[in-house]
Design a protein around this ligand. Structure first.
Ligand code: GCO
Ligand code: MG
Length: 409
């Protein structure tokens, strides 16, 4: 079998997605996700200009060899653009292999280790009553684990809080990234945040009791010692995890956090290779691997990092926001079903328009996600629908401190 074509499809149903479609001489096609939020066209160009020509005539069954070829032969390794492009190829080849074998990809990865994947949903609110409503709504929909984000008194706009939810009718209005030529500017005050967050968790525990697994995302905004302080002050509320408490380019920072708190730590949604996790895993500085198949080079390397993590009882918590397309989500859902050290899967429903473009065999019921049993990844791209949603420039917001300094994301 040979690859005869590879097409890059950019579509923007309610946010931008970049999809690679590989076609073989036998007519079998495979899909891969190459979406890099806010930098989508860089990956599209990397694929079109530099990867697609290399794929033509290759044997699609040689997934590992193709991955190593794209990674090593470029000389310029790693980075989010490169690794999102390689990810799309990797996923598309797994999709093809599954279709040829007549099996869902999870079967090729070792078969199911569980019946379905436990997920967590995103609850948020501008104040406590709005947050409680959001938590209740998620519980009613079957979610068993809940991420909790709220506004902070003194901070005007805060990422991760669906502030306009009721007004726009959109559930998660902070996704997609804001469309337009410039990113929205938000404000930030770490001291106000550190004072407020423990009071929110205290209120949530008082209202909903001790059982629900609760998560929180710090979006890389604290210094290591501030992160340590937050982890410590959240200990009474028994978090499932504290995510991205400090930027992790410097993996050593997690030593400092870890030595001060027993709150479980999750990190890695912006990581793109195993080297970003090397110290964190070997020194057992984290509890959950947050990488997404889309930004980490695909299913193949994500499986390897999870096997490495398994030696240290570290589990998966793959990144699953709406900017990971249904193809990327399916890829990691197959992997999550197969690996033994699965932890939890982040899940936000995609919009209706997105689901029209990406027809899915994935199912979500009672808080659990399953990739479905169609051969391959189980996603079909409706190209006509995709073409009706042209690309629109969009950026994630960023934030500045009171004196105008740009702060960490
Ligand atoms: C999460 C994330 C997202 C990211 C977004 C950036 O935990 O789901 O932090 O909300 O900010 O994916 O593109
Ligand atoms: Mg996050």
């Amino acid at each position: 079998m040979k690859i005869i074509a590879a097409d890059v499809i950019v579509t923007s149903p309610s946010r931008n997605f970049v999809t690679l479609k590989i076609t073989t001489d036998e007519g079998v096609t495979g899909l891969g996700d190459a979406t890099l939020n806010g930098r989508e066209l860089a990956v599209a160009a990397y694929l079109t200009e530099h990867v697609v020509p290399l794929l033509i005539e290759r044997d699609p069954h040689r997934i590992e060899d193709t991955w190593q070829f794209l990674y090593r032969s470029a000389y310029w390794r790693r980075g989010p653009v490169t690794m999102a492009a390689i990810a799309a190829v990797d996923m598309a080849l797994w999709d093809i292999k599954g279709k040829v074998a007549g099996m869902p990809v999870y079967q090729l990865l070792g078969g199911a280790s569980r019946t379905a994947l436990q997920t967590y949903g995103h609850a948020s609110g501008r104040d406590i009553p709005e947050l409680f409503d959001s938590i209740r709504q998620h519980l009613e929909e079957g979610y068993k684990s809940i991420r909790v984000q709220t506004s902070v008194p003194g901070i005007k706009a805060l990422y991760g809080v669906a502030a306009q939810a009721q007004a726009t009718g959109e559930r998660y209005d902070y996704e997609p990234a804001g469309r337009g030529p410039q990113p929205a500017e938000e404000d930030w005050d770490t001291r106000a945040y550190l004072r407020h967050v423990p009071t929110v968790f205290e209120a949530v525990r008082n209202e909903f009791g001790p059982e629900i697994p609760l998560l929180h995302d710090g979006h890389h905004r604290m210094t290591p010692i501030q992160a340590a302080k937050l982890g410590k002050s959240l200990e009474p509320y028994d978090l499932f995890w504290l995510e991205d408490c400090t930027p992790a380019e410097n993996q050593d920072a997690f030593r400092l956090v870890r030595q001060h708190t027993t709150t479980p730590l999750a990190v890695g949604e912006v990581f793109n290779t195993v080297f970003d996790f090397q110290t964190l895993i070997r020194e057992q500085l984290i509890d959950y691997v947050r990488a997404a198949s889309t930004h980490f080079g695909g299913i193949s390397p994500l499986k390897k990092v999870m096997d490495y993590a398994a030696q240290y009882q570290i589990k998966s918590g793959f990144h699953g926001p709406t900017d990971v397309s249904p193809v990327g989500l399916a890829a990691q859902t197959h992997l999550g079903l197969a690996i033994h050290n699965f932890g939890i899967q982040e899940y936000m429903e995609h919009s209706e328009a997105t689901n029209t473009v990406f027809e899915q065999s994935m199912t979500f019921a009672d808080g659990f996600l399953h990739p479905g049993d169609k051969p391959g990844l189980g996603i079909e791209l409706n190209e006509e629908a995709a073409a009706s949603f042209p690309y629109q420039q969009a950026y994630l917001p960023y934030n500045r401190l009171a004196d105008g300094t740009v702060h960490d994301w």
